[in-house]
Ligand binder design. Structure first.
Ligand code: CA
Ligand code: CA
Length: 174
């Protein structure tokens, strides 16, 4: 990957975290993502599954802030993300998986209750990707790519690996 391509991927990743597009990543982006998932799957915020998604989103934000909010103002700017978070997430993909895991686990449980948080169907995974900002026409292809063994189940580990790989959950090169 050359540096221009790397920068392009970082910019795309920043945009996917900056859900409301106001130029920085903060707690609101994570709670907005959580609420969008709950709305998509008709789950109330006060239900046990809904609470798990919201709590997971808060933990994800706290983890992200710990890695990337260099000046401690509760906002991760593009500058902080590019200079700090991107490299640290790449060098410490295991810790990124750990901070993302509770959120992803809860989201998978909402998206496909039959999987009990351990796995989701390809269709449910595609819906999650779309809600979280993946282009609709790409979400199916990304989910299909994640379902490497084509059994129509995508495991939490497979979804986490894609996140931990950091560039894993994105458009196939297009
Ligand atoms: Ca934002
Ligand atoms: Ca900051």
């Amino acid at each position: 990957m050359d540096s221009a391509e790397y920068e392009r991927k970082i910019a795309a990743r920043f945009a996917s975290f900056d859900q409301d597009g106001n130029g920085y990543i903060d707690r609101e982006d994570f709670s907005a993502a959580a609420l969008a998932v709950l709305a998509e799957f008709g789950t109330t915020a006060r239900s046990d599954r809904g609470q798990a998604v919201l709590i997971g989103a808060e933990a994800f934000w706290q983890g992200m802030a710990g890695i990337a909010d260099v000046d401690g103002d509760q906002r991760v700017t593009r500058e902080e993300f590019v200079t700090g978070a991107a490299k640290r997430l790449r060098d410490h993909s295991d810790s990124f998986a750990e901070i993302a895991r509770p959120f992803l686990h809860a989201v998978i449980a909402v998206a496909d209750p039959a999987g009990a948080g351990a796995s989701a169907s390809r269709a449910a995974t595609a819906r999650v990707l779309r809600v979280l900002g993946t282009a609709p026409e790409a979400a199916e292809a990304v989910a299909a790519a994640l379902d490497a063994d084509a059994d129509d189940r995508i495991s939490e580990a497979e979804i986490l690996a894609a996140f931990a790989g950091y560039c894993g959950v994105e458009l196939p090169d297009s």
